[in-house]
Design a protein around this ligand. Structure first.
Ligand code: NDP
Length: 399
């Protein structure tokens, strides 16, 4: 019997609520809280089980504390925005409640993300005897678990890790992002970064690309090197990794729009004065762009996210590629969301299940690769994100 408080009623929050509701033996009581309570109510109305809904400002720690205490939450799943991470962690510390999120902290006024701010909570969580699980989405999240699983079952030593994220879906909109536009654009427009021989190397934004031939009929697509947060924790916890990179596909249409928007200053996070009012151009742009939640009925095609790993086993060099393919339309049929929200929300539910059933236990702040990957991998197959280990020739897939 456990009580879970989900904070954030966007694309991902909706999937988390649907998926937790499908597992009543673990999630006996669910509360969905967000800034706009009407969004929580709309989601609750789609779910057959009763779900409590609440309004909360997740930047207001006393408000969060009173909601957590009133609901007597065993775990808070934070699927609001990265800006709220530290406030929600503060409230969890004050109330002695476990914490889980899918994206690491980012200060609102600086487009920079890193784990330091949240890792700094480790001793306080440990002293309080509670656990924080960071980055339990797909990437970060499942990609960390794939890497830990490969390390455990396929390699004695990992040498190179390439995480490759492809959204081969089409939504028919001139320009839209498939998760929160502000967070997405901040991530894509920042400088690229990868890890090599103990050092971080920086690249100009989207300046490195390759062609990768995705499996199961998705075919060759252009992938671009990005800085992504899971690389930071993976090279810390699996320090033998010699080179770690993250790649993502973008359509030419997406990149052309982004270039123009960036060129005219619309992606800037520097406030400007407009008719006597201070506005942030990127926040204004977000208000104009389609809500990612609204893309569900429009999106067709599949996502393919996986880890291409090379290393040593029994003294010999070997490679492996583990991936998941997820179909946008099937996700929509099941929970009313497109696959990007789905592939994030399902692992958030499974991470919560790992904590609440005691399969993953700890006191302090943890990343996904620090736990036994097996029970998580099992649940992926049962809850809509089956994974595959590529059986073909990996020679042609080298990047
Ligand atoms: P959305 O913008 O669709 O949803 C965010 C929700 O958080 C909205 O309901 C919003 O409320 C709510 N919110 C924002 N600020 C506050 C606040 N101060 N108090 C309470 N609620 C607040 O985003 P997504 O659902 O697309 O993304 C959710 C999270 O998932 C993000 O952190 C994103 O980075 C992460 N993510 C992780 C991925 C992974 O694989 N690890 C992949 C994709 C996303 P309102 O509706 O009122 O604006």
């Amino acid at each position: 019997m456990s009580r879970v408080l989900i904070i954030g009623a966007g694309g991902v929050g909706s999937v988390v609520a649907h998926k937790c509701a499908q597992v009543p033996e673990v999630f006996t009581d669910i509360c969905l809280a967000s800034r706009t309570v009407a969004k929580c109510e709309q989601i609750a109305a789609q779910i057959k089980r009763p779900i409590r809904t609440e309004q909360v400002d997740a930047d207001n720690v006393p408000e969060l504390v009173s909601l957590i205490n009133d609901f007597q939450a065993d775990l808070v799943i934070n699927v609001a925005l990265p800006y709220q991470d530290l406030h929600i962690m503060d409230a969890c510390l004050e109330t002695g409640t476990n914490y889980l999120d899918t994206a690491n902290y980012e200060p609102p006024d600086e487009a920079k993300f890193c784990y330091k701010w949240q890792w700094d909570y480790h001793d306080r969580f440990k002293e309080k005897g509670i656990m924080a699980l960071l980055g339990s989405g797909f990437d970060p999240g499942v990609t960390n678990v794939f890497t830990a699983w490969a390390r455990k079952n396929r390699f004695d030593e990992i040498r190179t890790l390439d995480i490759i994220d492809c959204n081969a879906g089409e939504h028919g909109q001139p320009f839209a992002t498939n998760f929160n536009p502000e967070i997405n654009i901040r991530e894509v427009t920042q400088r690229g970064k990868f890890y090599e021989n103990g050092q971080w190397q920086e690249t100009d934004p989207l300046s490195q690309s390759r062609i990768f031939d995705f499996p199961e009929g998705i075919g060759p697509r252009k992938i671009y090197l990005l800085h992504h947060e899971e690389m930071e924790s993976l090279v810390k916890h699996i320090p033998e990794i010699q080179r770690g990179r993250f790649w993502m596909t973008f359509s030419d249409n997406y990149l052309n729009h982004l270039k123009v928007l960036e060129g005219i200053g619309m992606t800037s996070i520097e406030p400007i004065n407009f008719q006597g009012q201070e506005i942030v151009p990127l926040q204004f742009l977000k208000a104009l762009l389609p809500d990612p939640g609204s893309l569900g009925p429009l999106t067709k095609g599949r996502t393919c996210i996986g880890c291409l790993i090379s290393g040593i086993k029994d003294g010999k060099e070997k490679s492996c590629y583990i991936y998941n393919i997820c179909d946008h339309e099937q996700c929509y049929q099941e929970v009313g969301s497109q696959a990007v929200s789905y592939t994030t929300g399902v692992p958030a539910m499974i991470g919560a299940m790992m904590i609440l059933t005691g399969k993953w236990q700890g006191q302090g702040v943890f990343n996904m690769e620090q736990f036994d990957p097996e029970p998580f991998m099992e649940q992926l197959n049962l809850h809509g994100l089956p994974w595959v280990e590529f059986a073909g020739d990996l020679e042609d897939m080298k990047l």
